[in-house]
Design a protein around this ligand. Sequence first.
Ligand code: AP5
Ligand code: ZN
Length: 217
Amino acid sequence: MRLVLLGPPGAGKGTQAGWIAADYSIPQLSTGDMLRQAVANGTDIGKQAKAVMDAGQLVSDSIINAIVAARVQEADCARGFILDGFPRTVAQAEALDDMLAGLDKPLDAVLEFKVDAKALVERISGRYACAKCGAGYHDVFKQPKVLGICDVCGSTEFVRRKDDNAETVRARLDAYETQTAPLLPFYRSRGLVHSVDGMGAMADVRAKIAEILASLT
Ligand code: AP5
Ligand code: ZN
């Protein structure tokens, strides 16, 4: 199964992609995670991307397209994959079409996450992650079972994303509206879009997605 998760920052794409990946045994390809890794490793791409990400703007299509084109050809993508945060511009969507046509592996669905602007800001401002294993948490909606200790790896160190501050969040929401939302008509015209009400609790959103995915097979 080949899926695109589309939605504004904080809509829950990463959270749900993790569950879909586990349920269907296909990898989650998060361009945001790949870029953050490149920044942490100090690679050339990381150096170019850092300031752009810190400002909440989009990294250039050419950089992102090259990363994804290489990744979807890796062996673990043979059975499918979940694109989380890509494509984000019409140019990226067109490049994805070319990549998948070359592999003879078209998209099965685009899941559109619908969440109110107020909830997006609330979700982003409370988000944090384990510094060691990357498991995601939230100050209100998802605390570890024992506060201060990661459920997954037991680490007591946590981090917050540098771009999760009020000013950068505004820029990211704006980038979504102007550059990414136009992908909805692009994919709707092909009958690929399934809208997901992302306002419910995480488990309820997961159940709605499971229903949609079951209807595809
Ligand atoms: P990226 O990492 O993709 O960030 P984003 O799109 O802004 O999305 P987020 O990770 O903020 O949100 P999410 O929808 O995954 O929400 P989450 O599940 O974490 O991109 C970062 C930057 O990289 C971009 O700004 C850009 O610079 C660059 N970039 C990346 N891809 C690019 C591309 N293709 N082209 C160009 N540039 C690119 O949930 C948020 C919080 O809410 C969590 O704490 C979670 O626990 C909580 N939560 C989730 N679901 C619920 C729920 N149902 N109820 C309550 N809380 C919930
Ligand atoms: Zn951990």
